[in-house]
Write a new protein. Sequence first.
Length: 399
Amino acid sequence: MEQTENKVGRFGEFGGQYIPETLMNEIKQLEKNYEFYKNDKEFNDELDTLLREYASRPSLLYYAEKMTKDLGGAKIYFKREDLNHTGSHKINNVLGQVLMAKKCGKTRVIAETGAGQHGVATATAAALLGLECEIYMGRVDTERQALNVYRMKLLGASVHPVDSGTATLKDAVNEAFKEWTRRIDDTMYIIGSTMGPHPFPTIVRDFQSVISKEARQQILEKEGRLPDVVMACVGGGSNAMGTFYNFINDKEVRLIGCEAAGKGIDTDLYAATIAKGEIGVFHGMKSLFCQDEEGQISPVYSISAGLDYPGIGPEHAYLNATKRAEYVSITDDEAVDAFEYIARQEGIICAIESAHAVAEVIKLAPTMSKDQIIVCCLSGRGDKDVAAIARYRGVDLHE
Ligand SMILES: *Cc1c(COP(=O)(O)O)cnc(C)c1O
């Protein structure tokens, strides 16, 4: 596909707009629309009402007292995005993007999905706001996540299985971009993470930054000071960017992103882009990607479907390059242990994605002192993962 390189929308050398000519006008229009709506009082009031009355924001900042005592170090707080309507942070972004699409006169939204979480969230927002919704999903994923496919259909969306490439998430993104070029007049592409060409990484980050806007205020109310460490799991990077954003200028706050190391970063089965990726251009952006020697995007693996994307959002690549944020890799084993630990300690069954951040809390908290504070984002709830964890432990659920 012919690519046009545009230097706008950069985070250092990362980001940009590597897109086919046919999309350039539409992307420029999206930039203009976003510049307008992000400062439009009516839009922001409407979005605030949706977040409050429909998605149930603000989410709680919960002090995990038992875990804190058991680990014997820093005070641990969880930002409970798992309590949002539809069970994760994804609703924050889709309500913003779908509302904006509607205001711009679009009647149809499309989205990619891997495990189905973003597809379900987009179908939810489209049902609520009365837009047509079509979801692109790798055929392999439609088979692995049949329940989420049916959920999207219940919500009135149609689901298109994608057969190209490895028939997984990256191929679904390719197909959604292609479909968008075919129907830019009535259609908006609702991207699921802080990725893609500018202005998507900025739009998604801004809609997700409500997480740190609330968390910063909540921790100041509860503790009278900022946390020492703020952390989150990283797939494409949207819950982490949302959790980091309003702390970036507080230089004394350490920011830690937790990537999926799968079976281990010295095996072939991982999705740890910061640890293992190299600079490349893919899906409209310059960032870090897991690639082979010829620069082809490598297949990636994690027990957590929400973290197994071969790239990372450009702003994370920048925060890593400038050392403002640190990134660690967490294996499947460590994440599953953390998933079980937080369930037993706190009575919270969190998403296996979020358990990657919990695993780092378990490692880090005991090395810190009792007057220090960690804020960790629980990006989602874990109902969707219970069967997979049982399988991982060799438990037969007689399903
Ligand atoms: C999708 C998803 C993620 C990963 O996406 P990011 O854009 O990196 O936040 C993490 N946690 C949950 C619960 C998800 O559904």
